[in-house]
Design a protein around this ligand. Structure first.
Ligand code: PBG
Ligand code: ZN
Length: 327
């Protein structure tokens, strides 16, 4: 075709911005926040430079700051003072997440508050629900754990959460929570399902951040194995069929092929750029090996290009600031 077709014509400085397919917007961003019931001042998370656990008393201020920058949604993780085998502290009206949600909602009306519905921060064994004996030894029990998830989701909705996000990878979790929410009068609360969640080494830093590591086994009997793409799509399809409003792929960057396929199912899709993805970029940038801002923006645009409407990222606050600089 050359010289009739010159691809570089369209890349000239003035033309290029007009032809741009994918742009990031503040509306794409969800900021994860860690709230710790045991502290009274922000506590830096060592494995995630620049991230903190916040005390309940300080969480509204953090939300206000994010809101001022234009971040419209937060995802709340709680670190309770008490853990037990049944995660009782996960569904108390005075639990850490419940208190945090009420404070954020009182201070920043428009902020969309999403809550992580899982038990691993609240169980002493660190698994994502009720544990018991199975044919292959001690493991997460599916159906008994569903009751627990229903109770957690309802308590979050009662506190004012707009969206509940079950992350336990139990079979039937979305249908169970949907029925429970509707019965309790919360037809308007959305479910963002961690529908396609892989058993990933990239959650390592999170487990320090949220104190949610397990004392035996691992999560491979409930989370997906990284090589299984048909199973990964079926998981999201089943959650769609059970009534999920938003699907999720997690982690994001290593799983863009899965993300682009989940995006064809017809529901909005969120991608979770997880703690390990954050810390890899941060760690290399701190050493001067890569440029942080350029790398982060490239990673997020790639996630959006693959098909995500929403990106949950620990860089959300920074990105909102950078988007202002660019205009
Ligand atoms: C809880 C949960 C996890 C993450 C989000 N919700 C950890 C896990 O499954 O072990 C990981 C988030 C991250 O790494 O940033 N089930
Ligand atoms: Zn969990």
């Amino acid at each position: 075709m050359f010289p009739q077709r010159r691809m570089r014509r369209s890349r000239s400085r003035n033309i290029q911005p007009l032809l741009c397919e994918i742009t990031l917007s503040k509306n794409d961003l969800v900021a994860p926040l860690f709230v710790d019931e045991k502290i009274t001042a922000p506590l830096p998370i060592e494995s995630m430079p620049g991230q903190f656990r916040y005390p309940i008393s300080g969480i509204a201020t953090v939300a206000v700051e994010l809101w001022k920058r234009g971040v419209r949604a937060v995802l709340i993780f709680g670190i309770p003072k008490d853990k037990d085998p049944d995660a009782c502290s996960a569904w108390r009206a005075e639990g850490v997440v419940q208190q945090a949600v009420r404070r954020i909602k009182a201070e920043v009306k428009g902020m969309v508050v999403i809550t992580d519905v899982c038990a691993c921060e609240y169980t002493d064994h660190g698994h994502c629900g009720i544990v018991g004996d199975t044919r292959s030894g001690p493991d997460l029990l599916n159906d008994p754990s569903l009751e627990l998830m229903n109770a957690i989701a309802i308590s979050h909705a009662e506190s004012g959460a707009d969206i509940v996000a079950p992350s336990c990878m139990l079979d039937g979790m979305v249908g169970s929570i949907r029925t429970a929410l509707d019965k309790a009068g919360f037809e308007d609360v959305l479910i963002m399902s961690y529908s396609t969640k892989f058993a990933s080494a990239l959650y390592g830093p999170f487990r320090e951040a949220a104190d949610s590591g397990f004392t035996f086994g691992d999560r491979s009997t409930y989370q997906l194995s990284c090589g299984n793409s048909r199973e990964a799509i079926l998981e999201s399809q089943m959650d769609a069929d059970e009534g999920a409003d938003i699907l999720m792929v997690k982690p994001a960057g290593f799983y863009l092929d899965i993300l682009s396929e989940v995006a064809t199912l017809g529901l909005p899709v969120a991608a979770f750029q997880v703690s390990g993805e954050y810390s890899m970029i941060k760690g290399a940038a701190e050493r001067g090996w890569i440029k942080e801002k350029e790398t982060v923006l490239e990673s997020l645009i790639s996630i959006k290009r693959a098909g995500a409407e929403l990106i949950i990222t620990y860089f959300a606050g920074d990105v909102a600031g950078w988007l202002d600089e660019k205009q």
